[in-house]
Design a protein around this ligand. Sequence first.
Ligand SMILES: [Zn+2]
Length: 322
Amino acid sequence: MDFVDLPDTPGTLHDAMGNQTDMPARKIIIMYHSVSSAACPGVTGSVPIPMARFARQIEQLHDAGFRFGKISQLDQTVDRDTVYITSDDGTIDWALNALPWCEAHGIPTYTSIITGPWRVPAIYPVAHQLQIMLAAGLTSLPMPGLTTEQRDYIDRIYAYETHPVRRRLKGACNLILSDTEARGLLGEPDPAMRHLLSRRFAPAEAYADLTLAEFGPHTVSHRAFDGYVDDYLAREITPCVAALREAGLGTSRCFALPMRPRYPATTEQLADALEHAGFRFVMEGLGFWDGRSRIVPRIDAATLETNLGLAPWKEPAAASAA
Ligand SMILES: [Zn+2]
């Protein structure tokens, strides 16, 4: 099946409540991370979407009349509801499971890549090191000293993390500590950790033969923007763009922010500088995009069915028992 060959008659569109709508065409940007299959399981500690669910989401979007757009054409007018498939980080599971499937089905994709893992010596994102450590067990993990205020803040932002160790550690590394402090807390990766990290990210060659896939920068190290605009551009964004170009991947005029900016920095500060550097959009946060703003929120793939009124995903075991 080639999802690009849509009939000219518009499909029936539904809002998030499942009601038919004649709203003007929307642009909806979907955010993926890991996608797992039996051949290539989700990377350690990730919360992957099963490949079967990914394919089912694309099929449902197609059947609901959505077109599949290219991020490089995000600012062009559309006459039908259009979805844009994006993914952050460039893990091996996304590259080996989702990208070839999309390519075979005529679906454009956009992957925001962390280029630190391609360096010699490699720079691995601390958030991924933490994911692996949390997956290995919750005993004997380092614990940062936090003030009551910091703990309250973490408990609010990461309320969905029910285990206090997971919540505190994620919160400390992602919200409170600087990248250097977080690396210091977690410690130098041991050989087993380095091995896992070295196999976690797709090498540039994994993207070589794709024609519908587009790529963009997601920083070198995945550290949060700290308010130092020139430094962040010089150390994290410009070299990331250069590494993508060197790999022959070209880059879009989009930048996907790796984490929420560290308080009190704001995305707006960075967006001004990025605009001067030739960027058009900054992807950040969750939600529906208004189709105009330069800061572009995305719909998390795990909530796609709910947000777009699609049939809910059932795990295969549950489905066959029904
Ligand atoms: Zn990321």
